[in-house]
Design a protein around this ligand. Structure first.
Ligand code: ADP
Ligand code: MG
Length: 226
């Protein structure tokens, strides 16, 4: 194992700054050009909900990547704002469909009612995307994913269910551990990061159940604004 000294760390820090700077530059280019495309389409009177949705998803993804790049530099404090629960869920739902590839997945989305929540919008969306992406990955070829939202007295609750493969009983206690993955090309970071972030907001993420017929995750966000 190579010896680690302070100089190595300085080089690593320098490298992180350099790479983040380059990513940011090119993100700005992509962001700017996607805005230009949107403007041109509007000016030309071209209206296609699927294209506008795709452009909105691209722009939201740029913001999320930008936030993560800032995290690399530890510059990014929580950016909590008052946002609408349902709007965040809709955005996350659209973003996650990018992971479907050639599977045959029926998506159901139902948000019964809504409320303002005080949270970092991009981080929250990124958590929901992580969970829906896992649900997509759990379905081998064909299946169904349901995303159900409801505001109860003190919490906005989001349940994400799929009928893909079951999480074995003996693994159910491990899935939130950093680095636990059952996938060949997984990282095992997704659920760990989501839970840490949500817990830091007084919110919670839990596995409600995973049986042969259904796996359900639940997020509960306090809506008490004090
Ligand atoms: N909806 C799900 N259905 C089945 N297994 C799941 C689901 N969500 C998470 N898991 C299990 O939890 C593990 C950890 O998930 P995650 O932290 O997102 O890491 P990764 O997706 O990189 O494996 C997955 O590898 C999988 O075994
Ligand atoms: Mg994952």
């Amino acid at each position: 194992m190579p010896e680690i000294n302070i100089d190595d760390n300085v080089d690593l820090a320098q490298q992180i700054r350099f790479v983040s700077h380059e990513i940011r530059n090119h993100l700005s280019v992509c962001d700017m050009y996607s805005q230009i495309i949107k403007k041109h389409l509007e000016n030309d009177g071209y209206s296609n909900p699927s294209v506008s949705n795709a452009l909105d998803c691209i722009q939201k993804s740029f913001q999320i990547i930008g936030m993560n790049v800032n995290d690399l530099k530890s510059l990014n404090p929580d950016n909590k704002v008052v946002v609408d629960f349902k709007m965040c869920v809709l955005r996350a739902f659209e973003l996650s469909k990018a992971y479907v590839e050639d599977k045959d997945i029926e998506f159901e989305l139902f948000v019964k009612n809504t409320s303002s929540i005080f949270i970092d919008e991009n981080r929250f969306i990124s958590c929901v995307v992580n969970i829906i992406k896992n649900a997509i990955e759990a379905i081998e070829v064909r299946g169904k994913i349901s995303v159900l939202g409801e505001v109860k007295s003190d919490f906005a609750v989001l349940k994400i269910a799929n009928n893909g493969k079951q999480i074995p009983l003996e693994k159910q206690g491990k899935i939130f551990e950093c680095g636990y993955t059952s996938k060949q090309r997984g990282s095992g970071f997704g659920l760990n990061i989501c839970k840490k972030y949500l817990n830091s907001q007084g919110a919670d993420l839990e596995l409600v159940k995973s049986t042969k017929s259904e796996t359900v995750f639940k997020i509960a966000i306090p809506i008490n604004m004090d």
